[in-house]
Design a protein around this ligand. Structure first.
Ligand code: C2E
Ligand code: MG
Ligand code: MG
Length: 691
């Protein structure tokens, strides 16, 4: 190495920058300690090592070409990023700077190579690149602004969401996304946070480039330099519009009835408790509406028609109930209204009547015109109770009271409804027990020939020996049995028991008697009744001609066709049919001709007033005459006095029943007299009171 070169190299021996002299045959002629250390060699080991060998495999070609040109004087100097191979075969990321060295004749004789370790820089660069890529491909929109909020950067997700490209928004502020729906106070809070050096998180309702809106869940953070000055603001946001829509749908499902779009039970509950928590000077009321006979319509016309009807009702209610009052559908055909802020009770009543009238208007369902009525129970919020469950119960009781008063009306809750309701519930509970616990029994009242005084038939009448209340009369529990459906098992038991007793009398060798059994309208609901009766007759061995069934006119009126069909089948079996309490019901003489009926029982209320009430006497006479003309038998009920008996005998009434002969008694008691051949002729005299 010539002197000049050695002079150049000397100071480099002590620097921290790697340095080497490369001879013109591309060998390392001199290596400083810094370079040796960088590569993990001792300096001597590198002596005369070809530069090629020190260079990572794939990169040898590039510096070889540059070096050749440098040595040939074609280029002055070159810089290169190259990976060198260390003693342990590790790659060392370096930056080379190569300059030619000249001999005395100014010919290029070698090159000086400075080597800088750039491992750290490269790693940083890679990290930055990774970070950038992450931000660029992030699923969130990222925007970076300067301290004054001017956009410096926005990633591609931002473009996807907003429709704005970075070029369009650079230098602008994110206010371009602002919609009128986000309040000023939200922005004030946002900037307040950033200025205080804090992050802000929240949702903003933004506007896209195309004018449509979206919900953004945003997280906005300030970035400070080392001195604590705000330099940038980074906003990361997500488009949560779909989620919000979903949320809204869920809320719709949770709070609204899908059929009518009215608020549902939960919605109603929440509103009611809200109303209960607000004091109010005026009247507020809870109305519970139940459609009359909706079930029947639903069953006969089908569910689609039922749905249309409910929607129509909902729309009418919506029309007539104005805010702040609200309407709900609790389910089925049950609707509620919370009436708010009515200055007078009169106004409240007026509103309820308005609802009734509006719903009563005929409605078109398909090709049909339907009319439906509604029963409304009303309870006063705050005044009747401050508890929502109690209010609902009150309204329910009042609604039932409205139904009992003939439907299509409204009733206000009153505290005695509670007492009544509790009694009714206890009764139902006890009645269920009564059957299982054999608390029911039958008594029998003879029907007597008014000519001979002999017993012709027995009427079976039910009794309930209640464990605490004593004997309960049928009028006090039959309605409940009908209402709860318990009448079916009870009715069956009565038939079995009565047929059994009739058969027993025959088996004792006594003259056979007809057995008259009362049937409820509800027992005519299904045609199984016929099979049931024939089964009972088979089991007990009683001939059908000894069985008589008493029905009221109501049975015929409720469902004329079905009742007629059932009666026809029963009659065809040989069973006799009697109309009980005749004269008190519809008394349409017309249907009697068409109906399969054998007997009319004149109601006790007419017999009772003989001889005081001339009208009743006339009615009695008419019934007897008419029955004769129609070929029907007549039984007069409730004969208590000899006068009544005498009058009936005079009118040719064939049969009678009443306390004058016998009250209803147990079978044993009846049999004592019957066995002895007792008749009731002794009650016949005197025929007329002596004058
Ligand atoms: P109903 O069929 O008209 O029975 C006649 C009622 O009048 C009986 O009342 C009877 O005890 C009463 N009675 C008979 N003669 C006289 C009299 O001279 N004076 C007075 N004041 N009353 C008299 P009860 O037994 O209380 O039955 C009442 C109603 O309960 C019956 O009226 C009938 O409709 C119904 N009922 C009774 N047993 C049954 C039953 O097993 N099934 C059904 N579905 N209903 C029954
Ligand atoms: Mg009867
Ligand atoms: Mg009767």
């Amino acid at each position: 190495m010539n002197k000049e070169i050695a002079a150049v190299f000397r100071p480099l021996l002590h620097t921290s920058v790697g340095a080497a002299i490369i001879s013109n045959d591309y060998l390392l002629a001199q290596v400083n300690p810094a370079l040796a250390e960088l590569l993990g060699y001792r300096a001597e080991q590198l002596q005369r090592m070809p530069l090629r060998e020190l260079t990572a495999k794939g990169q040898r070609a590039c510096h070889a070409a540059d070096l050749e040109r440098l040595m040939a004087g074609e280029i002055d100097t070159f810089d290169l990023r190259v990976d060198l191979v260390g003693a342990e075969q590790q790659l060392v990321h370096t930056h080379l700077s190569v300059t030619p060295l000249f001999d005395e004749q100014q010919r290029i004789c070698a090159a000086l190579m400075l080597v800088v370790d750039v491992t750290t820089e490269i790693r940083h660069g890679l990290e930055l690149k990774k970070l950038f890529q992450a931000v660029e491909s992030s699923g969130s929109a990222v925007v970076i602004t300067d301290a004054r909020g001017r956009i410096e950067y926005a990633n591609s997700r931002f473009t996807d969401i907003t429709g704005y490209h970075l070029d369009e928004v650079r230098g602008q502020t994110p206010a371009i996304l602002r919609s009128e729906n986000t309040s000023d106070s939200t922005y004030r809070e946002l900037w307040g946070n950033l200025k205080a050096g804090q992050k802000w998180r929240g949702t903003l309702y933004n506007r896209r480039k195309n004018g449509t809106h979206y919900w953004a869940l945003q997280s906005i953070s300030p970035i400070h330099d080392e001195r604590g000055t705000l330099v940038n603001i980074v906003s990361v946001s997500e488009d949560i519009t779909a989620m919000k829509d979903h949320e809204r749908q869920m809320e719709q499902l949770a709070y609204f009835d899908p059929l009518t779009q009215l608020g549902n039970r939960r919605n109603f509950r929440e509103k009611l408790s809200e109303v209960l928590h607000q004091p109010c000077e005026n009247y507020q009321a809870l109305l519970l509406l139940d459609l009359d006979e909706f079930k029947q319509i639903n069953d006969t016309l089908g569910h689609d028609a039922g749905d249309t009807l409910l929607t129509t009702i909902a729309n009418r209610l919506r029309f007539c109930i104005e805010a702040p009052s609200t309407v709900y559908r609790l389910g089925g055909d049950e609707f509620t209204v919370i009436l708010r802020d009515l200055p007078t009770l009169e106004g409240l009543k007026h509103k309820a009547q308005q609802v009734i009238d509006l719903l009563a208007q005929p409605m078109r369902i398909g090709t049909r015109e339907l009319r439906i009525t509604v029963s409304i129970g009303i309870t006063l919020i705050h005044l009747d109770s401050t508890d929502s469950s109690a209010l609902l119960r009150n309204a329910d009781l009042a609604m039932y009271a409205a139904k009992e008063r003939g439907r299509n009306n409204f009733q206000f809750f009153s505290p005695d409804m509670n007492v009544e309701a509790r009694r009714s519930m206890t009764l139902e509970h006890d009645l269920r027990n009564a059957i299982e616990q054999h608390q029911l029994y039958l008594v029998y009242q003879p029907q007597v020939s008014l000519q001979s005084g002999r017993v012709q038939a027995l009427e079976a009448l039910i009794r309930w020996r209640h464990p605490t209340e004593g004997v309960v009369a049928p009028n006090d529990f039959i309605p409940k049995a009908e209402q709860t459906g318990l009448i079916k098992p009870i009715g069956r038991w009565v038939l079995e028991q009565a047929c059994h007793s009739a058969r027993q009398i025959q088996q004792l060798g006594l003259p056979p008697l007809k057995m008259s059994v009362n049937l409820s309208a509800r027992q005519f609901d299904d045609e199984q009744l016929v099979d049931q009766i024939s089964e009972i007759l088979d089991q007990t061995g009683l001939e059908p001609r000894y069985l008589e069934l008493e029905i009221t006119e109501g049975v015929l009126m409720d469902n004329l066709q079905q009742a007629a069909r059932i009666l026809q089948r029963l009659r065809a079996m040989g069973i006799r049919i009697a109309i009980d309490d005749f004269g008190t019901g519809y008394s349409s003489l017309n249907y009697l001709k068409k109906m399969p009926v054998d007997v009319l029982k004149i109601d006790r209320s007419f017999v009772m007033e003989i001889p005081a009430e001339k009208d009743d006497m006339a009615i009695t006479t008419t019934i007897i005459t008419m029955a004769g003309q129609l070929g029907l038998s007549v039984v007069a009920e409730g004969i208590e006095t000899r006068e009544q008996l005498a009058f009936l005998q005079q009118q040719q009434c064939a049969t009678g029943q009443g306390f004058l002969f016998s009250p209803p008694v147990s079978l044993e008691q009846f049999l004592t007299g019957y066995r002895a051949g007792q008749d009731y002729r002794d009650r016949f005299t005197p025929v007329f009171p002596s004058q």
